[in-house]
Design a protein around this ligand. Structure first.
Ligand code: 2HG
Ligand code: ZN
Length: 484
């Protein structure tokens, strides 16, 4: 897809088209390596998302190294009505972090310093552009952990995951990321800087603007980490096993992830040199992780849990990590599902919340619909596989349709079918990936008219010229250029 392929959206004519005077101003406040001006393809890594699904046409990337510079940029853009898209690691999944038209890209990647860490309270302060992997490494060296992990940890940035409230693999244990944010430093669309980054534990706030600094409550590093990869025969059993895990592993349970066989088939192809963990294939797989303070105790607890699940015939097979290398390997099988699905050319993806009993049904309904249309199979059929996996503990399923090519026929079968299905089951069309460009105009499937009105009022209040990340989520102002 390219921006020319967005026929239902019109560029907001109130936005100014960037000219050489604007570039001259930016050059006057920025160093040479804080500005990249180019045409088309040279900026492709900033204009395009990692799934190659969304592509804008910006000619300018600004990469300021300080909050003051972000503030000057935003003030100028607001005064001049230049639209801006803030960008972190550009790992988002809904087309939120790339421009739609010619918005200026404001990359936070050169703001990448850890500011402070207090080992007593666990308060960790850093610039928005710190890569999550580096935050993990820093905190691990200080006997703590960052309270969120994601498959995209090598590229995503702390400011990005905070501004999108990313969910991740351990929400079950550490709660939502917003629950762990102690304070923020934010540049408003008019350039004002609000900061409560020195806030105390119970002094939390949120706003609409560019996140430039974050204070996060880090958790003490668990002394013992264990995990196991399990094969089982139905999604009903996945739920029974979850109930059993909550009861029997209780305080040490830190992740309960599921994958269907289609997800693992794609991953087996993708990790072709890696031997699969189990002897046989199964309709479903579960990854259970425990984190605690006593290795022998946790291992014994997890082994006893597995033994009794095998005896009760809840599970068919399991592979428990014997050491940290195996622990990491087991996680590789879960974390590789998204890139595996993307490796055939592209993927359509949905991220939904549903009651647990309904969680997998959306995947079955969609797969049946695509199968009935004869679209799934070997080439030249356009779809390789339609798979479901996700976070059982959070009631969150990811539906990935791995394709050889994007086609209008597939799109027409998927939407609005998926959204109507979710609406009928009273679920959410965005559990953790957000609305972005992909789901603009679709919020009403899971939010009421009054809730959407409130969101617009908040947006209008902080961003009256609507210059910040336009065409996404909700659009403020007298004329809507795409949204509900
Ligand atoms: C995950 O849980 C991430 O692996 C990414 O949320 C999911 O790519 C996806 O759909
Ligand atoms: Zn996820």
């Amino acid at each position: 897809l390219t921006a020319e392929a967005y026929p239902d959206i019109e560029r907001n004519p109130n936005f100014k088209v960037l000219n050489q005077d604007d570039v001259k101003y930016f050059r006057s406040i920025l160093d040479d390596d804080e500005i990249i001006e180019a045409n088309g393809d040279d900026l492709v890594s900033y204009n395009q998302d990692w799934m190659n699904k969304y592509r804008g046409q910006s000619h300018l990337v600004l990469l300021p190294r300080s909050t003051e510079k972000v503030s000057k940029i935003m003030k100028y853009c607001n005064d001049q009505q230049l639209a801006v898209v803030p960008q972190g690691g550009n790992t988002d999944l809904v087309g939120a972090s790339v421009p739609v038209f010619d918005e200026i890209i404001l990359s936070l990647k050169q703001m990448n310093k850890v500011r402070d860490f207090d080992p007593v309270s666990g308060a960790f302060k850093c610039d928005a552009g710190v890569v999550m992997r580096d935050a993990h490494q820093f905190l691990r060296d200080n006997d703590h952990i960052f309270p969120l992990d994601l498959p995209s940890r090598n590229a995503c940035q702390v400011g990005g995951v905070v501004s999108t409230n990313a969910g991740g693999l351990n929400l079950l244990r550490y709660g939502s990321l917003h629950g762990n944010v102690l304070g923020l430093e934010v540049v408003l669309p008019n350039g004002e800087i609000i900061s409560n980054i020195d806030a105390l534990r119970k002094d939390n706030t949120g706003t609409i603007g560019v996140v430039t600094g974050v204070s996060i409550l880090a958790a003490p590093k668990p002394k013992a980490l264990n995990n196991t990869f399990i094969g089982l025969e139905s999604f009903d059993i996945v739920q029974d096993l979850f109930v059993k895990a909550k009861k029997e592993l209780s305080e040490i349970l830190s992740a309960f992830e599921f994958m269907d066989n289609g997800s693992i088939k794609c991953t087996i192809e993708y990790l072709k040199d890696e031997p699969f963990l189990l002897k046989k294939e199964h309709p479903f797989y579960v990854l259970i992780e425990t984190s605690g303070s006593n290795q022998a105790h946790d291992e014994e607890k997890l082994s006893a849990f597995i033994k009794s699940a095998l005896e009760e015939k809840l599970i068919s097979e399991s592979h428990m990590a014997a050491n940290i290398d195996e622990y990491n390997k087991i996680w590789t099988w879960r974390k590789s599902v998204p890139p595996a699905c993307n490796s055939y050319g592209g993927m359509y993806k949905y991220d939904m919340s549903l009651k647990l009993k309904d969680l997998y049904s959306v995947s079955e309904a969609v797969t049946k619909r695509l199968n009935d249309a004869g679209l799934i199979g070997d080439a030249p059929k356009p779809i390789v596989a339609s798979v479901g996996y996700g976070h059982v503990g959070d009631g969150n399923i990811h539906l990935n349709i791995a394709v050889r090519e994007f086609t209008k026929e597939i799109e027409g079968l998927l939407e609005p079918f998926v959204y109507e299905y979710i609406q009928a089951k009273k679920g959410s069309i965005s559990a953790e990936h957000g609305i972005g460009f992909h789901k603009h105009g679709h919020l009403h499937y899971s939010r009421s008219e009054i809730e959407i009105r409130f969101m617009k009022h908040i947006k209008e209040h902080y961003d009256p010229n609507a210059i910040l990340n336009p065409y996404k989520y909700v659009t403020a102002g007298p004329r809507s250029y795409c949204c509900d």
